[in-house]
Design a protein around this ligand. Sequence first.
Ligand SMILES: NC(=O)c1ccc[n+]([C@@H]2O[C@H](COP(=O)([O-])OP(=O)(O)OC[C@H]3O[C@@H](n4cnc5c(N)ncnc54)[C@H](OP(=O)(O)O)[C@@H]3O)[C@@H](O)[C@H]2O)c1
Length: 339
Amino acid sequence: MFQTVALVGATGAVGRIMRQLLEERDFPAREFRFLASARSAGTTLTFKGKQYTVEELRKDVFAGVDLVISTTPDDTARDFLPAAVEAGATVIDESGYWRMNESVALVIPEVNPQAALDAQGIIASPNCSTTQMVMALKPLHDAARVRRVVVSTYQATSGAGVQGNADLTDGTRAHLEGQPYDYQAFSHPIAFNCIPQIGREKEEGYTSEEMKMVYETRKILGDDSILVSPTCVRIPVANCHSESIIVETEQPVSPEDARRLFEEFPGITVVDDLANGAYPLPSTCDGSDEVFIGRIRRDLSHPNGLNFWCVSDNLRKGAATNAVQIAELLAKHRSAATA
Ligand SMILES: NC(=O)c1ccc[n+]([C@@H]2O[C@H](COP(=O)([O-])OP(=O)(O)OC[C@H]3O[C@@H](n4cnc5c(N)ncnc54)[C@H](OP(=O)(O)O)[C@@H]3O)[C@@H](O)[C@H]2O)c1
């Protein structure tokens, strides 16, 4: 059990869901603290029926904290989390800053839990679009070794935080009323549109979001030979990322075998009945901690290819749920070690 848990970024889109999860799942700790930027410091929030004042994040706030769960922009994670480690805390970070650092474990509890248990200091939770894809790849990789993945994402505006959803709602209203709207989170209008750029230009014509899917997948699955070709697209859906995933495996996997492998994997739910119009939708997956898979079919262009559709709540399994599951794994391990 942890004594004092600090939730950093507690006021954000992911932080809000983390608070809900820590409450609903009755996370074991004696004390909780909630931190954010100077903008929110002094505001109050309710957790487990008790009022808390949000504290301003500073480097000297971590004394006595043994677990930090952090969900801030990258530069905040870069600037403040080393101070938490120095103060002796275990740190779970949802930002992109530390994920590819060699000394940092990148963990999905259903996929590589041991990496969290072996870690010292910061444990990173993957990018949302990576997490749901790697959840789907893991059972296929174990059964038939994944060689190549072609993925196209259809990503929700909540992936760009509180401001992303404000832009969707206010931009749509302005569009319908024929008014101008100044988008803050997106470089083009998201209302009645889709934007084939998430993140900045990174390398070889790919964006930073796309390259996260390449590098993080290899790191989590521990296999640098896996080839990933991603296209990440923002669409005007408030929550839940969807992905069209085409996988080439070393051994052929039939759609029937893939369905069974997915069904047996913890955290995956198969919804796959095209004849009756049943497949995962953002509207039906919203609020769930599962990764949903449907439209499982043969890739007509390759004998060892499989084609499927994958939807998951990016704020939950793509972010908050995964981080809280890591915390639960560590708490359970601690309790077992001290029993
Ligand atoms: N949204 C997703 O689907 C998703 C999925 C996976 C990973 N992530 C990652 O999770 C992180 C948070 O994303 P989000 O969508 O929750 O963003 P968000 O809604 O913009 O929330 C950001 C949080 O960070 C806090 N913050 C910002 N600057 C800070 C500073 N200088 N010092 C202390 N706190 C600061 C904010 O506090 P204030 O309220 O005081 O500004 C807020 O609590 C990002 O790194 C993002 O890439 C997001």
